[in-house]
Design a protein. Structure first.
Length: 380
């Protein structure tokens, strides 16, 4: 790819980021309206975990542009979560809190401010104290009301956060819990082909929920495996990441895009999680001679999907996609859908920048490969 392509996709990433405010911006404590148009359902519902991903999206823009305005927006989203959450970090859902912690850890590395790392560690300590238990094997529960229900959405981000905290705080052993959670996921919810199921024991019967075949479970496992590869240098983790990433494309996509996974709101964010951690995997594979054919195929999928997104989702100079990027824009979308599109376009811009020789490096593997000259580094 040429530097022209890199410039084009960086500009498109700016458009995608700005489109979130254009379509969903709301005054006062609301911060972002939950939908566009703003008149469907309860638009004032507080979506804690959606806002955590908005922080991540803004940090992506800062990494790409070095424009501190994006970090200011990330911090504004952090402040909005805490304000709307009664001035505290915690809620009842361990996966929600871990998404927030992951975003806070990235803000810490972007700004160097200790308080954001302290908040991420406080969330880690809280979820371990309240949700980590031995039911069905040592692992993290989904929420405080169902401590015997374990799933990928809770344990995946626990692994990623544990590895990242282990690089920043040598006084604690985060890595052991991360590896134990990953081993539990692999043994309990990952098939021989690498496909990742959602959860187990939701009804107290020990059954696995095989009916929920979601992209974000695949993305979380990919991200967890890539982080552990970076921390350990063990190629077995990279093998698992590649297998799950390619299986997800085969099982859940039409070869170009992932179809609509549901219109309840949360589902709009699912594919964004996959694209975020696909980007982490591709950044690591770019520096490796292994898995060359898989890397080419995964890069092709990223390019094809974002091409379809852009072809079908642009409205009057702004990006306004539906949950199926192969279709024209739909009448109503939640902002979770917009955040998924932002993640994908940011990863496309990152891919094209790397192809043009402007590799900014990845979070995953920073500990092993030395990406970033200082502790804060580039918070991918």
């Amino acid at each position: 790819m040429t530097s022209t392509s890199a410039h084009t996709w960086s500009a498109r990433a700016d458009t995608a980021q700005q489109s979130l405010d254009h379509f969903f911006g709301a005054p006062g404590i609301q911060f972002l309206a939950n939908s566009h148009p703003h008149d469907r359902g309860n638009t004032e519902v507080f979506n804690y975990w959606w806002l955590a991903h908005v922080i991540d999206a803004r940090v992506d823009a800062w990494v790409r542009t070095a424009d501190d305005a994006w970090i200011e927006q990330a911090i504004a989203a952090r402040d909005n979560i805490v304000e709307r959450n009664g001035g505290q970090l915690f809620n009842d859902y361990f996966d929600d809190m871990l998404w927030f912690a992951l975003a806070l850890e990235r803000v810490h590395r972007a700004t160097g401010e200790q308080r954001y790392l302290d908040e991420a560690i406080a969330i880690w300590d809280h979820v371990i104290a309240e949700g980590w238990n031995e039911t069905l094997g040592w692992s993290l529960a989904w929420r405080t009301q169902q401590l015997a229900y374990k799933n990928t959405p809770a344990n995946g981000p626990l692994v990623i956060l544990g590895v990242r905290l282990s690089r920043l705080d040598a006084s604690r052993d985060y890595l052991s819990s991360a590896r134990r959670a990953f081993d539990w996921l692999t043994a309990t919810l990952v098939g021989d082909d690498g496909f990742v199921e959602d959860g187990i024991n939701r009804e107290g019967d020990g059954a696995v929920d095989t009916q929920w075949r979601f992209t974000y479970n695949q993305g979380l496992y990919v991200g967890a495996a890539v982080e552990l590869f970076g921390a350990t240098g063990d190629d077995a983790f990279l093998q698992r990441a590649v297998q799950t990433a390619t299986t997800a494309v085969r099982e859940l996509s039409d070869g170009t895009v992932f179809p609509d996974e549901g219109d309840g709101g949360d589902e709009g964010l699912f594919k964004g999680v996959y694209y975020r951690y696909l980007g982490e995997l591709l950044a690591v594979l770019a520096g490796s001679d292994s898995f060359a054919s898989e890397r080419v195929e995964l890069e092709r999928f990223l390019r094809a999907g974002t091409d379809a997104l852009w072809q079908n989702g642009v409205v009057d100079g702004h990006l306004r996609p539906g949950n199926d990027w192969s279709q024209p824009p739909v009448e109503w979308i939640p902002y979770s859908t917009m955040v998924s599109a932002i993640f994908a376009v940011e990863q496309r811009a990152r891919l094209e920048a790397r192809a043009a020789g402007a590799d900014v490096g990845a979070d995953a593997g920073a500990g092993a490969a030395g990406v970033g000259a200082a502790a804060v580094g580039a918070p991918r």
